[in-house]
Structure formats: C-alpha cells, structure tokens
Design a protein around this ligand. Structure first.
Ligand code: DX5
Ligand code: ZN
Length: 215
C-alpha cells in the first residue's frame, strides 16, 4: 500500500518536528491540503507554508487543491518540485486542459471526485490521469466519519480502470482508520491518505507502518 499522511492533522506549533517524523517513517508521500474558503468552507494554508514544508521534507509532495481555478497555481507548484497535483473535477470546467497543463509542467496529474460525483464522469479523462482521488468524506475538514458508499465506488472505479486499460492509481482521502483501511485495500485502493488516524496518536510511525502493511 502507498501511504500519504495528511499534514492537515499535524501540530502546526511543531511543524518541523512533524515533518521530521514523516521523513523517518515508512510514508511514501506527504499529502498537503490547500483550501480557499470558496470551493470548501474552510481555509488551510498556502504557499508560504508549502515552501517551508517543501524545503524540509524528503518525501514526494502530493498536493490536494480544494480551490477554484487551480490552473492559476500550476507553475508555482512546479517550482516547488511538487510530484502530484490533485485537482477537483467539480472545480474544473476545462479538466482536460488543466491535466495537460500539469503534465506540461512536469508533474503527475490526479483528478479528485467529491462523494456525490459518480465515477462515470471520468469515462473521457481516465486515460489521461495518473491517479484518481475519491473523497470518502466531504472535503474541508479532517476527522470526519467515513462515507460507507465509498467502498462500492472504489470497486466501480477499479472496473473502469481495468476496462479502459488506464494506468491510474486509486487514492482515497477521509476517515481512513484501522476499521476502514483494510476494507478499502480489499476493494482495490492503491493509495491511502490519512490525517487524524496518524497524527492524533502517540505512535504515528507505527500507524504509518500498519497502513503500509496492507495490500
Ligand atoms: C479533508 C482533507 C483530508 C483530511 C483527512 O478535506 O482532504 O486530507 O486531512 O483527514 P482524516 O484522515 O482525519 O479524515
Ligand atoms: Zn486531502
């Protein structure tokens, strides 16, 4: 399993220490949640924090843009050597163009679906993306309850990927914990994002190791 801890749940008073913990852990990537207070009803952090994190981390950056007009920031993300850019389907009327822009800037491109957006909307873009992120809670906040229907959605996405021969990975985000993670793995997920399950614990590295062991 690929594991991408979400920094949103970290202690921002000790952010350097938290990044050091991730560096020492078995985590594969570092998931960074950018919110604008428009696309989602919350504001997280922006480029100054992103720059500071990029300098310290040894893990590839997996950036989840919960913002309108994400295309405005692609060049700046590329400068920070971000590896993967996740844009929301619901925020991109010209999704094909945005995916092309991310690729042209030398980064991997992922499309994210909100819980109420069906997998069939990806039919004409699945061949062009490196990853699909299925939101398993409504985006905007950490620590929410997992939406059960997501398990079926992962299975439908797995079928679409197999039918089309797409190379896209399946990532899930929200409510990932000891109870939901094994079921998500079983349904066909490749990448687990986890925030509170990892950081709201005295032994975060052990939690990362536990998620990594799932196949
Ligand atoms: C929520 C963010 C998530 C969040 C997940 O909108 O996209 O990445 O940090 O938090 P947990 O794992 O606590 O549900
Ligand atoms: Zn996220």
């Amino acid at each position: 399993m690929i594991v991408s801890p979400s920094l949103l749940a970290a202690n921002f008073g000790h952010i350097a220490r938290e990044i050091e913990m991730i560096n020492e852990s078995e985590a594969d990537w570092l998931h960074l949640d950018i919110m604008d207070g428009v696309f989602v009803p919350n504001i997280s952090f922006g480029f100054s924090v992103l720059e500071a994190v990029a300098k310290r981390t040894q893990k590839p950056l997996d950036v989840h843009l919960m913002i309108v007009q994400p295309e405005k920031y692609i060049a700046r993300l590329a400068k920070l050597e971000v590896s993967i850019v996740n844009v929301h389907y619901e925020a991109c009327p010209h999704l094909n163009k945005v995916i092309q822009m991310i690729h042209d800037a030398g980064m991997k491109a992922a499309v994210t679906l909100n819980p109420a957006t069906p997998v069939c909307m990806l039919e004409d873009i699945i061949q062009d993306v490196d990853m699909v992120l299925l939101m398993t809670v409504n985006p905007g906040f950490g620590g929410q309850k997992f939406i059960e229907h997501s398990i079926d959605k992962v299975k439908v996405l797995r079928q679409l990927i197999e039918r089309t021969g797409s190379k896209a990975l399946i990532q899930v985000d929200g409510g990932v914990n000891a109870e939901t993670a094994p079921r998500l793995a079983e349904a066909g997920v490749d990448v687990l994002v986890a925030g509170s399950y990892i950081f709201d614990n005295r032994y975060p590295k052990a939690r990362i190791k536990e998620l990594k062991a799932l196949s």
